[in-house]
Design a protein around this ligand. Structure first.
Ligand code: NAD
Length: 499
């Protein structure tokens, strides 16, 4: 019998009643391994109601006790790391080591959230006037929601609920229907860690569930990560319904390689960050921009054998560099971009489209592809491919190279490789992209900094985790108080000033 994945509402598993479900595939075999229930609007509303009911007590739980729950949750996730990684790998297709990385990056946000008593401290001014003190405090918003993509089924839910719940909010998570098991398991572990029922709920679903979240008046804020077209829709709809919204979208990250770069490092970094996780990362590096013909030629010569020898295998194979793509549909889309690149006149130096893994012929496996002589006017350059494909766009000089990421529709991450501190500094300062790596391929900021791109990579202007995350999930209240009340000076019809 096919396994069913339902909802986790008010501390218990709740069977879906919609009669609608989605297929959860095993990307290694292409087989349907489970059915995920797709919630009705009423089912989503019951999760929102559970979160609303849990809010007053959770908000009143002092921040140190809330932090203790997060500490315990962190221990339980660590204890269950192997099981979670296997579950993640089995639905997403990332290799086990990378699945553990996905969980670990989420845990680092939980570690950050354990500092919430300090992070939520307000400000105080004694004696702002005669007997007058002014103070401000950060308060949770209430019920908030997160809508997450398939490619980081552990890290991204933890980015969101880790900070939101530590701040005293209650949470409704709507994970990707492609790999929902890990978020469900995280919710169970949160309960086991002492999280009260209703504080963390998971509803599985599709557009119907998302639209309910976006329009329900109880939900105060929505955090979204996924593709840009949906991010735009989430931002427009959520804000039109009076919610605070942060919506992260797609990406096309460039590595600028100056002639003085350490090419050994560049090649190692490009191979890992373009092909790791089959390129299904929003901080992957799918575009390399060598500056000058000589370094461009040398880069292609060195990359070609490395791409040809990538080890593609089942996600549980410890020797595999990367595993299958998430679904057949997604693999067809990625291959379609490769076809398009060829049709547009780019040189396909390594063609991985026909790769097939012996014994797993029905799995979603694809070999690495390498393009040379890609140009900025090609559609295959303009769009996010999200697969194991690296495109080389050659530039004659530094200015032309930097213009590429700066003018691209996406502005998530970018990297520069150079030994020249001046060039690196000028680049970091002026490139029109939100996250910059200097001799670092995947500059995903650590949990106590903050994550977010620019342009079509993020809508809403407030980043994930770090101090920005705390700001997103709290509102500030400022109190001006007068004690003692004895001094009286009659009514004042002029606005009080400090003159
Ligand atoms: P997606 O946009 O297809 O799905 C994301 C979420 O939106 C899922 O929960 C899905 O159920 C929901 N959704 C899908 N279609 C919808 C619709 N029509 N209406 C309402 N909700 C809908 O994204 P994905 O394929 O799961 O994830 C990959 C994308 O996420 C890539 O574009 C990647 O770059 C991006 N991503 C961005 C970041 C970032 O921080 N910028 C991080 C990770 C992934």
């Amino acid at each position: 019998m096919t396994r069913e994945i339902n909802h986790f509402i008010n501390g218990t598993h709740v069977t879906g009643t919609s009669g609608r479900s989605g297929d959860v595939f095993n990307p290694n075999t292409g087989e349907v391994q489970a059915k995920v229930a797709l919630a009705t609007a009423d089912e989503v509303r019951s999760a929102i109601a559970a979160a609303e009911k849990a809010f007053p007590d959770w908000r009143a739980t002092n921040p140190q006790r809330r932090a203790r729950v997060m500490f315990e949750f962190k221990h339980l996730v660590e204890k269950n790391m192997d099981q979670l990684a296997e579950m993640l790998s089995n639905e997403h297709g990332k290799v086990i080591a990378d699945s553990k990385g996905d969980i670990q990056r989420g845990l680092e946000v939980i570690e950050f959230a354990c500092g919430i008593p300090h992070l939520m401290k307000g400000e105080y001014t004694e004696g702002a006037g005669p007997g007058i003190d002014v103070y401000s405090m950060r308060q949770p918003l209430g019920v908030v929601a997160g809508i997450t993509p398939f490619n980081f089924p552990a890290m991204i839910p933890m980015w969101m609920f880790g900070v939101a719940i530590a701040c005293g909010n209650t949470f409704v998570c709507k994970p990707s229907e492609k790999d929902p098991s890990v978020p469900m398991r995280l919710a169970e572990l949160f309960m086991e860690a002492g999280g009260p029922a209703g504080v963390l709920n998971v509803v599985n679903g599709d557009k119907e569930a998302v639209d309910t979240i976006l329009t329900d008046p109880t939900i105060q804020a929505v955090s979204f990560v996924g593709s840009s077209a949906i991010a735009e829709y989430i931002y427009a709809t959520g804000t039109a319904h009076g919610k605070r919204v942060q919506a992260m979208g797609g990406a096309k990250n460039h590595a600028i390689i100056l002639p003085d770069a350490d090419l050994d490092r560049v090649v190692d970094d490009l191979i890992g960050s373009a092909y790791g996780s089959a390129g299904e990362r929003c901080m992957a590096l799918p575009v390399a921009v060598p500056v000058g013909k000589e370094i461009g030629d040398e880069l292609v010569t060195r990359l070609k054998p490395r791409v040809e020898s990538l080890v593609v295998g089942v996600s549980t194979d410890p020797d595999a560099n990367y595993g299958p793509l998430v679904t057949k549909e997604h693999m067809a889309k990625v291959k379609g971009f490769v076809d398009q690149g060829v049709a547009e006149g780019a040189d396909l130096v390594v063609d991985g489209r026909d790769f097939s893994l012996q014994g797993y012929e029905n799995g979603n496996f694809m070999g690495g592809c390498l393009f040379d002589n890609v140009t900025a006017d090609m559609e295959s350059y303009k769009e996010e491919i999200f697969g194991p494909v690296l495109q080389l766009v050659r530039a004659d000089n530094y200015e032309d190279a930097v213009a590429l990421p700066s003018k691209h529709q996406y502005g998530n991450g970018v990297a520069i490789y150079t030994q020249d501190g001046d060039a690196a500094r000028e680049f970091a300062s002026n490139v029109n992209v939100g996250m910059v790596g200097v001799n670092v391929p995947i500059p995903v900021p650590l949990a106590y900094h903050t994550f977010g791109g620019w342009k079509r990579s993020a809508y809403g202007g407030v980043n994930q985790h770090g101090p920005e995350g705390v700001r997103f999930y709290t509102k500030i209240k400022t109190v001006t108080s007068r004690w003692p009340t004895g001094v009286r000076s009659g009514s004042d019809f002029v606005i009080p000033t400090m003159k």
